[in-house]
Design a protein around this ligand. Structure first.
Ligand code: ATR
Length: 279
């Protein structure tokens, strides 16, 4: 029996067990993927004893993605550049870690818009947390020309811009007009927009006409941010697909088979979020 899990605090809302459970069943693998609540003060001990716990690895979610980098034995280049990890796997009794958030983000866009290319594109990202760093890293790797990074607290965006010299420009959320007029892709990577009350306000009328709009939040499936973008005529890519695609490399690392994200899986998870989801 191969065992893996997702750790976080809180953890009860994680949909990762449904995703990996679906694939385990599909491949007929004798495996298990659980949900484990790990408090911040327990993180070091938990990650330090993964092999002893009989785990092939784990996913890491909030609030552990950044501190976890300090508690694994081998951090890959992605993890080092983004300072954030979401996937740990055990090899020869040692812990290895990477971040698959950037890959999940990019693959979700390409899944929904197969003719989209990041090459030469300008992206405008709202929000400068750990997720933004992973997205920037992967978009640049896929050939994006420039990333404009706007944050409520500009210092945080400036700090990230220094990690990618010449490729990322930090902005204030209050001065978006010029950035909106030249962005090919607009991303909400803030945690705002989950509830209507905290909705992030963007002057969509200024956004380049053919810009694609996406959101890393997926509850509700079409966030208020995406609803507004769609109302302004933009092609929108909901964020749930990012969650599904970021899970692919982890499953392969632990269980040895590379799964495929398809509409059946999307519908399964979408209905768990919104029972009225009709496809
Ligand atoms: P993660 O690591 O998942 O990216 P995070 O580090 O908590 O999450 O980052 C959340 C981001 O959402 C931050 O950029 C935050 O802005 P600040 O750096 O100014 O705190 C942004 N954010 C949260 N609520 C917001 C709101 N109501 N309006 C604008 N930005 C908001």
């Amino acid at each position: 029996m191969i065992r893996a899990c997702v750790i976080g605090f809180p953890i009860k809302h994680s949909r990762s067990p449904m995703i990996h459970g679906h694939w385990l069943k599909q491949f007929g693998i004798a495996g298990e993927y659980a949900r484990v609540e790990v408090r911040p003060e327990e993180l070091r001990e938990f990650l330090g004893t993964l092999p002893e716990r009989g785990l092939a690895g784990c996913n890491i979610t909030l609030p552990h993605k950044e501190p976890a980098c300090n508690y694994v034995q081998h951090l890959d280049d992605r993890g080092r550049r983004t300072g954030s990890i979401n996937t740990v796997y055990v090899r020869d009794g040692q812990t290895f870690a990477t971040s698959t958030d950037g890959e999940g983000f990019v693959e979700n866009i390409l899944w929904r818009l197969p003719s989209f290319s990041f090459s030469g594109k300008t992206a405008l990202i709202l929000g400068a947390g750990g997720t933004s760093r992973a997205l920037i890293d992967e978009m640049l790797r896929r050939g994006a020309d420039h990333v404009l990074l706007a944050n409520r607290t500009p210092e945080k965006a400036e700090k990230i811009a220094k990690v990618f010299p010449g490729q990322v420009t930090a902005l204030s959320l209050a001065h978006l007009d010029d950035a909106l007029s030249c962005a090919d892709l607009l991303v909400n990577a803030t945690s705002a927009g989950i509830a209507d009350a905290a909705k992030i306000v963007v002057p969509f009328a200024r956004l380049k006409q053919d810009a694609v709009v996406t959101d890393v939040n997926y509850v509700p499936l079409v966030t208020p941010f995406l609803q507004e973008a769609a109302a302004h005529g933009h092609v929108v890519v909901p964020g749930l697909g990012m969650l599904l695609h970021q899970a692919v490399p982890g499953f392969e690392l632990w269980f040895g088979k590379r799964p495929v994200v398809n509409d059946a899986l999307y519908t399964l998870i979408a209905r768990d979020i919104d029972p009225g989801y009709a496809g």
